[in-house]
Design a protein around this ligand. Sequence first.
Ligand code: 2AM
Length: 179
Amino acid sequence: MATQRLFFALELPDTLQQQLVQWRADCFPAEAGTPVAAANLHLTLAFLGDVSDTTAARLQQLAARITQPAFTLDLDDAGHWPRPGVVWLGCQRAPRGLLQLADLLRAQAARHGCAQSAQPFHPHITLLRHATEQVALPPRQFHWRCDIQHFALLASVFRQGRTRYQAVARWPLRAASGV
Ligand code: 2AM
């Protein structure tokens, strides 16, 4: 049976990806970890894993019905998780819209057999991987604002020694029509 490795995510505008890559290069020495490629910077909403085309199609139908107004992401927090070896960027206060969207997608995924982590959802953008040694974090003097207008289903594709994330589908964030 054909499967794809999929996850729902927020994509970042190209300009923000470039700004983050520049800031990361200024803040973290090369030995801190493996940088995630600019085009791969994203915020995962719900990880699905390897799913069949049937399950993927069903989850896409459900995603298309979601009504959730657009929101603004304030990227003003960073941290280091030594165990998975991740340095991340996130929000001191995650917007309610983001949490609601992630909760819904994670619940729909779980109902369709995509096991969800028991850990509480901590929205983050992974900046560095393989960061298992101690990492000095930059002072919290950064703050990027980003208007999020859509969410996406991304496929993780490993080819020629590199992982790329390809958009399978995108949906606009929109308020319920009220009818
Ligand atoms: P991470 O960046 O914090 O590692 C694609 O792999 C995306 O799904 C990554 O952003 C990754 O988060 C996230 N993800 C969540 N759970 C995962 C899992 N069990 N395996 C791989 N990726 C996972």
